[in-house]
Design a protein around this ligand. Structure first.
Ligand code: TXA
Ligand code: MG
Length: 345
């Protein structure tokens, strides 16, 4: 299959959305930008099209897809009932990098929910995403547009690298603002759960609906037999080919440990913050962002992990970051990328 590549630059954007909607409405796959990561979209009502998503990504069929809408009124046909807390959440945040779990209605096929009675829905804030969904005129089922297990794509070039020849079209809308996938909340029952942290933080959510539990799979590896509430959290994630190690401790100890490692291994690199980058005595240095502005680190994390592979590094030593607020999402993704390989000095 030839993958069409279309860049949104203000000159022919309407034609691009029109072409994308033709593809979606004839059962094809279109990758599109959002404020979090690029999504790989299909018509959520078209089971055959949604199955193509699983095939293109190599995604296990029990990992459900998020359904994307561009207007709040399009939510209600997809769900059966809404809890008071869920209603408060969507009123307070949507459109936003926040995905909410609902009991599904009969129009949502089980093939996209991995057999669950629930459906996860997101109303993205990104204007390109909203225009694409609106042009299609149907809800769009979309996981992240990467090969399953790889770091999520935050640039159209990442999508092209993973999925060229496997999907019909890529809409290039530039760099994704947040660079980490949306926060997922399930507030259907009495106890609301944070299933995946993102840039809508736990405390922002608690300001609206009160206390929320963090699902165990967010913080630590699950032991065999344990099931996360978001099925996707059990799979290996975000992993570059390179071995990733997180090194945590005082700035000096971390720098001297990593410098030692890099001295004896020219195929190893370090991912460091702007504040600490000068402590490394190496050219194999990738600067991820400003420690004091977590958003800069979140938006670059997946790009950096991909860059390590592109530059053929076989080992990556990464500094650790504060895991409060937006930092929880950063450390959740980084720990999964490292397979929980963490050295505490
Ligand atoms: O930011 C995002 O959410 C991006 C963009 C494209 O919107 N999408 C995304 O999709 O990250 P994906 O498929 O990579 O991750 C979806 C996660 C998986 O962990 C999946 O298990 C969980 O959402 N999920 C989907 N439906 C669910 C449901 N009904 N209940 C619990 N978790 C669900
Ligand atoms: Mg994903």
């Amino acid at each position: 299959m030839k993958t069409e590549f279309a860049k949104l630059d203000g000159t022919a954007d309407e034609e691009i959305y029109h072409r994308a909607s033709q593809i979606i409405n004839s059962g094809g796959l279109v990758a599109f930008p959002t404020e979090t990561v690029y999504g790989l979209g299909a018509n959520a009502f078209d089971v055959a099209a949604c199955k193509k998503i699983y095939a293109a990504k190599g995604r296990p069929s029990d990992n459900p897809l998020i359904v994307h809408i561009s207007d709040i009124k399009d939510l209600y046909p997809l769900i059966s009932g809404i809890s008071e807390k869920t209603q408060k959440l969507i009123d307070a945040f949507w459109p936003a990098p926040l995905t909410v779990v609902f009991r599904k209605s009969g129009v949502i096929p089980y093939e996209i929910t991995g057999g669950l009675e629930t459906v996860a829905v997101r109303f993205p804030k990104n204007i390109f995403a909203a225009r694409f969904i609106k042009a299609c005129g149907v809800p769009i089922a979309a996981p992240s547009a990467n090969s399953s297990g790889k770091p999520s794509p935050t640039h159209a070039s990442h999508v092209l690298f993973d999925l060229d020849g496997k999907i019909d079209m890529i809409i290039d809308g530039g760099h994704c603002e947040f660079g980490l996938e949306s926060t997922i909340v399930d507030a259907c029952g009495d106890t609301p759960y944070l299933l995946r942290p993102g840039s809508v933080t736990k405390s922002m959510i608690e300001d609206v609906i009160g206390h929320i539990e963090i699902d165990k799979a967010v913080l630590s590896p699950l032991s065999s037999g344990e099931k996360p509430k978001a099925p996707g959290m059990k799979y290996t994630h975000y992993s570059p080919e390179a071995n990733v190690t997180i090194v945590s401790g005082s700035t000096e100890k971390v720098a001297s440990f990593i410098n030692e490692k890099l001295k004896s291994d020219s195929s190893a690199c370090v991912i460091a913050s702007e504040q600490t980058s000068s402590l490394y005595d190496t050219e194999n240095l990738l600067i991820i962002g400003d420690r004091n502005i977590p958003k800069t680190i979140g938006s670059n994390l997946f790009k950096m992990l991909r860059k390590c592979d592109y530059l053929n590094f076989s080992s990556v030593y990464c500094e650790s970051f504060d895991d409060s607020e937006e930092g929880l999402a950063i450390m959740n993704r980084l720990k999964k990328a490292a397979g929980y390989n963490i050295i505490n000095l």
